[in-house]
Design a protein around this ligand. Structure first.
Ligand code: CP
Length: 311
């Protein structure tokens, strides 16, 4: 693996499989009463969050702690960022405190890439603007493989606000590398111009795509990033693109439903579908800890003894 994880495109197929297989081993530790491993003792992981997060921030913290790393949690709110301190100066301050890895979430696409030029430690992208969220894609792939037994050849449909979604881009890149056939489904107004260059099919018609899908990944409508009218109303969006009971009934019996969270229940997904046994939404959160443990382990432990030695 490379020193940083900034894009899902940084991962070769073998890198991605190594993360998923390592996470599978680490999942066994998570089932124990004592979940901690000494693997990253003496290492420091900084969680640098400029945007709100529940799942990603908490799971990176849990992952680092389960590997015995020292963890520093930095939230832009309440820090010297409010006095105008730049990302570079903040990064250099954290570097001076001995960060071996910096996990960054930032509203600006490209911020983790810039950060990687300023710090000596590994940089992990925990979501940058509308660009990428590679560890979300890894945990989604891990969850998919656990439920379906494979990724290669799966028909995966990613539905909704693709335009503002860093999850969609990372998933398309990773799932394509792992052999899935990916289709993104959205109204034309919620697709980026660059989607033609992505390794996936594009559709505007959810009802045509659902019966052919093994996995349906619903995306949150990111109202907070919308500075224009992308659809007539929430009700109209839900009617045209929401996964409700009627649409769910058109999926084949083994198909699963995913969502990265947080959800707009009743908009892109109905509560009934979100809470169904064929939804992986809660599993995705639990799997986020083990997958992020695997990422931190592989980035920070390098050529140290195989993980199996600690298990
Ligand atoms: N899926 C995801 O990134 O969730 P958070 O914004 O809560 O971290």
């Amino acid at each position: 693996m490379k020193r940083h994880l900034i894009s899902a495109g940084d991962l070769t197929r073998d890198d991605a499989l190594l993360v998923l297989d390592t996470a599978e081993e680490l999942a066994r530790v998570s089932e124990r009463s004592i979940k901690k491993l000494p693997t990253l003792r003496g290492r420091t992981v900084v969680n640098l969050f400029y945007e709100d997060s529940t799942r990603t921030r908490i799971s990176f913290e849990a992952a680092a702690k389960r590997l015995s790393a020292d963890v520093i949690n930095f939230s832009a709110k309440g820090s010297s960022v409010s006095k105008g301190e730049s990302l570079k100066d903040t990064a250099l301050t954290l570097e001076a405190m001995g960060a071996d890895a910096v996990v960054i979430r930032h509203g600006a696409s490209g911020a983790p890439h810039r950060l990687a030029t300023w710090v000596r430690g590994s940089v992990v992208n925990a979501g940058d603007g509308t660009h990428e969220h590679p560890t979300q894609a890894l945990l989604d792939a891990f969850s998919m493989r656990r439920r379906m037994g494979r990724i290669d050849g799966l028909k995966v449909s990613i539905v909704g606000d693709v335009l503002h979604s860093r999850v969609a881009r990372s998933n398309v890149l990773l799932l394509h590398a792992l052999g899935a056939e990916v289709t993104v489904v959205a109204p034309p107004t919620l697709l980026p111009v660059s989607v033609d260059t992505w390794p996936c099919q594009v559709s505007y018609d959810i009802d045509a795509i659902l019966p052919k899908s093994d996995v349906v990944m619903m995306l949150r409508v990111q109202l907070e990033r919308m500075n224009a009218a992308y659809f007539p109303s929430a009700r109209e969006y839900s009617r045209r693109y929401g996964l409700d009971r009627e649409r769910f009934a058109r999926l084949h019996d083994d198909a699963i439903v995913m969502h990265p969270g947080p959800m707009n229940r009743g908009m892109e997904i109905s509560a009934e579908v979100a809470d169904s046994p064929r939804s992986t939404i809660v599993e995705q959160v639990a799997n986020g800890v083990t997958v992020r443990m695997a990422v931190l382990y592989l980035l920070l432990s390098g050529s140290e003894p195989a993980i199996g030695g600690d298990l």
